[in-house]
Design a binder for this molecule. Structure first.
Ligand SMILES: Cc1ncc(COP(=O)(O)O)c(C=O)c1O
Length: 432
């Protein structure tokens, strides 16, 4: 008899990394493993979980939907769960974002936004306006287009030949200011590079893509709101579309429903995924303005957006997303978020003074600590040591190189979150 296929785990090297742990079940903020461990999921399983694992309300909604309609092709057909989701999302997003295009995950939501931006100008007869601008330290996913707009990193290095060229401009990484200034006295001079680029080449540029206010995988870098506002102003001035990749920041992560809301910025395109289904189902969504969508409504068939995935608008994913948004309406979700933010702020304030801590950063439920080590970056030798230390003490944290961050499900209890920070404290004392 043939043996079972070996699972090839993501971001995992079988020669170097520990054997994956078998998870039997999960509940709230906890994972329960086969070998009897109870682990706090302090990163919401790659930032997707909001209201706790195996949330009974979302589970019931998915089960109910599965008995009615599991999936139907979304070209030429629609269904109640998708229509309901479009209506529910409309309530939360800024007024001008009037259309939603469903896809499969964060990367495909980004691919859709990039392709829409390029085809938008083509449909208007401005095919030369097709270049993309992205930020240093950005991360937008692992598919080829998303990888192209992501900054160079160990994730992209082997695929240099597959990445199409984009313009890369400074981000507002205040701890390592790209223009050598101090946040307290600066005037967002880091945005000048974008300003100059758009002044010079604006006629050829279709879009600027940003992770609004918080660059996640690039090191949990928090931007001042002025930076995002400046990017918006510059895009408007040069008739360039602003794509806000809210895949990480959406659904309350930053303290508001969307990071753009914190800065009072309305993008032309917005990418959503991760928290969209409360962590239950893979789903992406790209929202856009009416002005943008109108350019695709045309007598010319070649103006059609020829893009779609087999599972686009999957009914089970829509049902999970609807239940997720219903929880936002019925339960004190933003109080839970505020409670997490408060503990993050308190604990980071204590860590800030330590010699081993270079910087602390926070935005809502995300708290990050940039450690002082010799080899910074994702491949820092400190990363696997920290990971093992945390896991050995019942806490799942996956440092981004020398940046340790906490990003818990909103249902984490205060004592559980304090426990996570206690373990981080111990790691700093023991390993650095
Ligand atoms: C900002 C951002 N965009 C896009 C993605 C890609 O999402 P996915 O992994 O679902 O393809 C991620 C994933 O971490 C992300 O953080």
């Amino acid at each position: 008899m043939k043996s079972a296929l070996q699972i090839w785990h993501p971001f995992t090297n079988r020669a170097l990394d520990p054997t994956p742990l078998m998870v039997r079940r999960a509940e709230g903020a906890y994972l329960y493993t086969d070998d009897g461990r109870k682990i706090i999921d302090a990163i919401s399983s790659w930032w997707v979980n909001l209201h706790g694992h195996a949330n009974p309300r979302i589970a019931a909604a998915v089960a109910q939907q599965a008995r009615k309609l599991e999936h139907v092709i979304l070209a030429g057909f629609t269904h109640e769960a998708a229509e309901e989701l479009a209506t529910r999302l409309r309530k939360w997003v800024a007024g001008p974002l009037a259309h939603v295009f469903f896809s499969d995950d964060g990367s495909t939501a980004v691919e859709v936004a990039l392709k829409m931006a390029v085809q938008y100008f083509r449909n208007l007869g401005q095919a030369e306006k097709c270049e993309i601008v992205a930020l240093a330290h950005g991360y937008h996913g692992d598919t080829a287009g998303a990888m192209s707009v992501s900054d160079e990193s160990p994730f992209t290095e082997p695929f240099q030949s597959m990445r199409y060229p984009v313009h890369r401009v400074h981000s507002a990484y205040c701890y390592r200011c790209p223009v050598g200034l101090k946040r307290e006295t600066c005037h967002i001079e880091c945005a000048r590079q974008l300003e100059e680029l758009l002044a010079e080449r604006g006629q050829r540029i279709a879009a600027v893509i940003v992770e609004p206010l918080l660059q996640g995988a690039g090191g949990m870098i928090v931007h001042p709101a002025d930076f995002l506002q400046r990017v918006r102003e510059l895009c408007t001035k040069h008739d360039v579309l602003l794509i806000a990749d809210e895949v990480l920041t959406g659904f309350g992560r930053t303290g508001k429903m969307f990071a753009c809301d914190l800065a009072n910025v309305v993008p032309d395109l917005m990418c959503l995924s991760k928290g969209l289904t409360g962590g239950f189902m893979a789903m992406g969504a790209t929202l856009c303005t009416d002005r943008l969508e109108q350019a695709f409504r045309s007598e010319n068939r070649m103006h059609t957006f020829y893009h779609g995935h087999s599972y686009t608008g999957n009914a089970l994913a829509c049902a999970a997303a609807n239940a997720n948004l219903q929880i936002f309406e019925d339960e004190p979700v933003f109080d839970r978020i505020a409670a997490i933010a408060k503990i993050n702020a308190e604990r980071l304030a204590h860590l800030r003074g330590r010699d081993q801590v270079g910087d602390t950063r926070q935005l809502g439920t995300m708290g990050a600590i940039e450690l002082v080590v010799e080899d910074t970056g994702y491949l820092s030798a400190m990363r696997p040591k920290l990971y093992a230390f945390f896991l050995g003490r019942g806490v799942l944290l996956r440092p981004l190189g020398n940046v340790v961050y906490v990003l818990p499900p909103y249902v984490i209890e205060p004592d559980e979150l304090h426990r996570v920070y206690d373990v981080i404290d111990q790691a700093i004392e023991t390993l650095l």
